[in-house]
Each structure stands twice: as structure tokens, then as C-alpha cells.
Design a protein around this ligand. Sequence first.
Ligand code: PLP
Length: 421
Amino acid sequence: MKNRRDFIKNSLLLAGALSIGEHAYPTPPMPHADLDDDEYWKMIRAQFPLNRNKTFLNNGTMGPSPYPVLNEVYQDMLHVESNGRYGGNEEDAIKALARLTGTKDSEITLTRNVTEGINISCWGLPLKAGDEVIMSTHEHVGNAAPWLNRAKLHGIIVKAIPLGKTAQETLDIIKKAITKSTKVIALPHIPCTIGQILPIKEICSLAREKGIFSFVDGAHPLGMIKLDIKEIGCDLYAGCCHKWLLGPKGTGFLFVSENFRNTLQAYYGGGGFDSGWDMLSQPPTLKGYVDNGHRYYYGTQNASLFLGITKAVEFHEQIGVDKIEKRVKALAAYLQENLIKLSPNIDMLTPTEAISRGAQIGFKIKDKEMTELQKLCNEKQITTRYVAENNINCLRISTHIYNNHKEIDSFLEITDKFLRA
Ligand SMILES: Cc1ncc(COP(=O)(O)O)c(C=O)c1O
């Protein structure tokens, strides 16, 4: 199959003749773990319909799904539509996410995206006017907007701190920002801007010591690095499956620690969230809430996407979470080290210390417009992310398992030409 258009065309052609259980597109065999590195990752790349002419370096925005995930979703949707099936797949998706994040099934709420998990958290916390929330100057709108909205409507106070160049520096800044009025620390585990990994375990333990609620915007870690939410020790953690986990678009999760369930109020209700309701009693009553993550979601869902989540988790497990983390970080380190070597005019924003570096690199160039570099990249079919948030104005490059050193070399070559122009 040459490209995405072929994939869609063939899927449509096949659809007419398909009976349930057949594959929309034959999934390429998974490579054998013993293959040498280059060969192995080349075969992993073949698992993705991602256009061969494109160099996609923007997984931080959206993670393209591999065939096994697409096929599973497609087959299940076909099953739903041809049998009038309702629901299903939910428990397996919850189990898979709990397994991958080191949490209990009952602590997982299925959401449509990170922002939804953030809103459930932000609005469900018992806060009053004057309570302070510590955030950063590196927030994505998805984290900034709910808290700013609550500040506007309920008078809570958002404090935005800068991030340090090292994990220790960031911790010190947070310690200084805490006051008697601090009620929440609501920081990203990995900010969308320059992708540094924050010392989130230490931040959450600091919050716990001081009796402060800890919420983590976890849009990026799942699928990029090994994620053990229990070990982090936060109260709340919102993540998604459609970025680094390479799952279906419009899928996410919220972790609510089991001993926090009665602190986080459920403000939206509907089918599945309750432990009983009665419209015939006088007055009509809501008995209470279920004692698991379903307390925070409700109603009809796209069950096929849930199956896609399970498959995306299995895809990661098949390759190995540690192996993925090692690979994506190695590609990012290769890019960072070579960018720094290109010119002293490169302003490297992502920390160079290994504990802080993930798989996203943000940088600027002295006296140059980074949108111009992005334009040049676009002309060469290289997709990057320009970071306009909070006037950071840098270019962000993400590296995932479908990328390779040659693609990074192409990007470096264009950057080098741009520097010299
Ligand atoms: C750090 C961060 N938080 C939140 C979001 C919002 O994610 P979603 O679109 O899944 O709501 C993003 C998306 O890029 C992000 O990078």
C-alpha cells in the first residue's frame, strides 16, 4: 500500500465485500525483537499508514495510529452498524489503561480528550474565591482555559510560575510560590511548549506535605515514557490516548485516586454515573454515585474507539514500553545534540539534562523568525509545531517510533541552510 489515499480506497472497496471478522487491510507482521535496531524500527514504521512522502515530527499534537488500531476500530464500527449493537469494549479499555498507568481499574474515567479530564478536575474541586492555583507560563490552552474560567466565574486565583532549566530549579520555584492560600498545584507533567519532563513525583509529594491538591496535565507522557501514576502520587491525572499512545482520535482518560473520589464532586450526571435514581419517589431522588471512575462520565459512547484504546495499549506492550521510551528519547537527544552543534545562534529551550529530556525539543534561532523555518519545512513535507503559546515563539520537534535518524538529518539540513541564509 503506497499511501493513505490507497488505504482509504481499498478499505472502501473491501467494505462492500467484507463480512465481519475479515480485515479491512492486512496488518503487516510485527517485527521480531531480535532484529538489529535499524531493521526493527523500519518494520515498525511499516505498521503505519502515515504517508511515506511525509516526515511527521509533530506527534505532540496528534499521534498517527498504526494499522492494528485502525483495523480494530473499523471492524468494530462495521459490527456495530451491521448488528445494531449498543455499547461494549469499555471494561477492556479501562483495564488496559489501568495496566499501563499503574492504577486500579476503578480509578480510571474514560474521556474524549485531555481537556475534558481537566475540566472534570477543575470544576469538581472544592475551591472558593481567593484560593490559589499554581500553574506555569508554559500551559496549553486546554489546561489554562478551565482554571482561568473558574477564576473568572468563582474568583479563584491563578498564579503562573516560570519553569526552571533543571528539575531542581523548577522545584525551587514552586516551593517559593506556595502560600497559605495555595489549594492546588495544576502543572503539566510534560509541557506542550518545550517538552521538558517536570519532576512531577517530587512536586506531588510537596503538595501532599502541604495539604495541597495535586492535578497533573498528562497530555504527553502516556506512550512516550513509562508512566506509573500511583508512584507519582497525585490526586488527579488527565491524559489522552490520541497523542503518544497512537490511539483513536477523541479518546482520553482521567485518573481519580480512589481516596479522592469523595472530594472530587461530579457535576455532570447521566446514565452510568449514579447508584440509583427515582422519579416516582416524593420528591424524586438521586441516591448517590457509583464508586468508580464512571462517576464522571455518562451516556452513549463510541464503543469502537474503546476497542481502539485497548489495541493501542497492546501495540505498545508488544513493542515494550521501555524500548519505546529508549528509542524516542534517543532520537530527541540526537536532534538536540546536533542542533546545538549547528550554531551558537541556536537558543536551545529544552533542558539538556537527561532526567528532564523527553521526546520533544523546542528551540529558537537568534534574530530569525521561526515561522519562516516552519514554512521551509512544510515545503519539504516536514511537519513541525510552531509554539506561539505565551510568546515562546519556538519550533517544537517531536520524535516517535515511526521516525528515524534520516528524517532528523533532513530537518537538520534545512535548519542549517536557514541559519546560513
Ligand atoms: C500539555 C497539553 N495539555 C492539554 C492539551 C489538550 O489536549 P486535548 O486536545 O486532548 O484536549 C494538549 C494538546 O496538545 C497539551 O499539549
